[in-house]
Design a protein around this ligand. Structure first.
Ligand code: SF4
Length: 189
């Protein structure tokens, strides 16, 4: 009963927000997408399959909006005033406070390959703070330059992961371990 009531309240709040955002068109919900990305492993090409489950894709005023529902705490770091696009992208890949931003850019990257060349924005619905509405990571639609930058950084990261000469080591940033799927086999104490 308790769960049912909590879920009902959350749905009511989301619908209230949606009424404020209307008109818009839902394109898909819980959509599983995949894409192959070719990386270079010491001169040998390797195709890596990327998967993403996109909670919600909608279109408003000709702009595609990729939105995720977030149940956990959401930090809202923005690009700093003096930061270049490259420096900001480095931060998105390295700083755990930007993990939701990374995830949404990843979804946008997987989605953009589906042949749609519309303007696209990324955001999340923070379930713990629904009254503040959708949080958008970027003020403007994502530009091609940013997608290319993301692709290059992602390739670099995958090449490092697949490189057998680069060992996996436990992170020094304990915060990362909190929700790690591998903590039961990692034996971190
Ligand atoms: S629990 Fe282990 S594998 Fe997971 S983030 Fe921490 S150190 Fe890495």
């Amino acid at each position: 009963m308790l769960y049912k009531n909590v879920i009902k309240k959350l749905i009511d709040k989301i619908l209230d927000n949606d009424i404020n955002e209307a008109p818009f068109t839902i394109i898909s919900l819980e959509n599983n997408l995949s894409k192959e990305l070719e990386i270079n492993l010491k001169g040998e090409p390797l195709k890596v399959k990327l998967l993403g489950r996109l909670d919600r894709i909608e279109e408003k005023d000709g702009v595609l909006r990729i939105i995720d529902y977030k149940t956990g705490q959401l930090k809202k770091p923005k690009q700093q005033a003096k930061e270049t696009m490259e420096e900001h992208m480095d931060r998105i890949f390295e700083d755990i406070d930007y993990k939701e931003h990374f995830q949404q850019l990843f979804y946008a990257f997987v989605y953009l390959d589906s042949g749609d060349d519309k303007d696209l924005v990324i955001g999340v619905y923070p379930i713990r703070d629904l009254s503040s509405g959708i949080y958008w990571f970027e003020e403007e639609p994502i530009v091609k330059e940013k997608t290319l930058l993301f692709e290059n950084k992602l390739k670099g990261l995958l090449e490092k992961i697949f490189d057998s000469a680069t060992p996996f080591t436990q992170t020094d940033e304990i915060e990362r371990c909190k929700y790690c799927d591998y903590k039961s086999i990692c034996y971190r104490d």
